[in-house]
Write a protein that binds this ligand. Structure first.
Ligand code: SF4
Length: 330
């Protein structure tokens, strides 16, 4: 699986859908529409900069790639062709809506060197999809995922956590249903409520009350942990840090280091389970590269245990292969 992407953002101009969370301009910080010459420029620059193009994909992101006008889609794919193959990038990655995938589209994508298709599933609860104006059902996700896998593509799925009318139970069910579709990769986006969106309007009116931040971190850390155990690569957890998002966020679960928060939470919960009742002091050794995860963001794990009357010492051990080891306890 390639390690990096050359991203070309393709906004869905004239999109007929009304997803409650959507304000693409805010998310990307741009409303420019790329054309073939832009693709060529981006690829040429990347080719001279990346260390190993064979480990890199050209990624057309924006969420609706197969829903944009066909001529335009082919223009973009066509422009990328000379950057594939020997000495070039390993393939093309696209993201799209589940209701814009069928065998005809997949044949075209294959012909143009697309190797990975990501679906914006967002939720597998039909009432939640409907309440958020997605315009597709969970069945569309299942059907499209099956066609993508059967077509020999790498399957990526995206879910949003904390949409309007979604409960923690809906989130867990969504995650489990997505896992049954055997994705190769998953992107998990805790909802960020942006100015100028339907979610923003519902939030301001008080009709939409997202669950609290801690619940979102708890859910996302569980999902991340389960993906690690199931061999599903979580390639994104949380929105990219961006000043546009920071300026436009009205609420929800934005944090510039959301993934790190979740990794710290996983450590905290696993350490807590390993400590017997009545522990007042524990020494834990962790692989040196994982010390900051074990400590948690701003050492929040140490403070968490301190509040419970436990002094925790985290010791780095570069020879250690296990996630952590309790080496001293009283
Ligand atoms: S997120 Fe929804 S509304 Fe926004 S561009 Fe994509 S399909 Fe259209």
């Amino acid at each position: 699986m390639p390690h990096s992407n050359i991203s070309v953002f393709v906004p869905h101009v004239g999109c007929p859908h009304m997803c409650a969370f959507c304000n693409q301009r805010t998310i990307t910080g741009t409303d420019k529409i790329p054309h073939s010459e832009d693709v060529v420029k981006i690829c040429e620059r990347a080719l001279s900069e990346v260390r190993d193009p064979s480990e890199t994909q050209i990624a057309f992101f924006g969420g609706s790639f197969t829903a944009i006008p066909r001529d335009y889609m082919l223009e973009l794919l066509g422009a990328a062709q000379r950057f594939l193959g020997e000495g070039g990038f390993s393939g093309i990655r696209i993201s799209t809506r589940p209701d814009y995938i069928d065998n005809e589209i997949l044949d075209i994508l294959r012909k143009y060197g697309v190797t990975s298709v990501e679906l914006g599933a967002q939720s597998m609860s039909d009432p939640v999809l409907e309440a958020n104006g997605r315009g597709h059902t969970s069945y569309d996700v299942e059907k499209a995922a099956g066609l993508i896998k059967d077509g020999g593509f790498e399957l990526g799925l995206q879910m949003m956590v904390g949409l309007y009318k979604s409960t923690p139970r809906d989130e867990t069910e969504t995650f489990e249903k997505l896992c049954t579709l055997s994705p190769d990769t998953l992107r998990i986006y805790p909802v960020v409520i942006l100015e100028g969106t339907e979610l923003g309007r519902l939030f301001k009116s008080g009709e939409y009350k997202p669950f609290d931040f801690d619940t979102a971190v708890g859910l996302c850390s569980q999902f991340l942990n389960m993906c690690e155990k199931r061999g599903i690569k979580v390639i994104k957890l949380g929105l990219h840090a961006s000043e546009f998002v920071e300026e436009q966020a009205l609420g929800g679960f934005y944090h510039p280091a959301f993934r790190e928060l979740c990794e710290g939470r996983i450590y905290r919960e696993e350490i807590e389970r390993a400590l017997p009742e009545g522990t007042v002091c524990a020494e834990i050794s962790v692989p040196a590269r994982n010390v900051s995860k074990a400590l948690g963001q701003k050492k929040c794990n140490l403070n968490y245990f301190k509040d419970k009357g436990i002094t925790l010492k985290i010791l780095p051990d570069s020879s250690q292969t296990e996630k952590f080891k309790v080496i001293g306890i009283r």
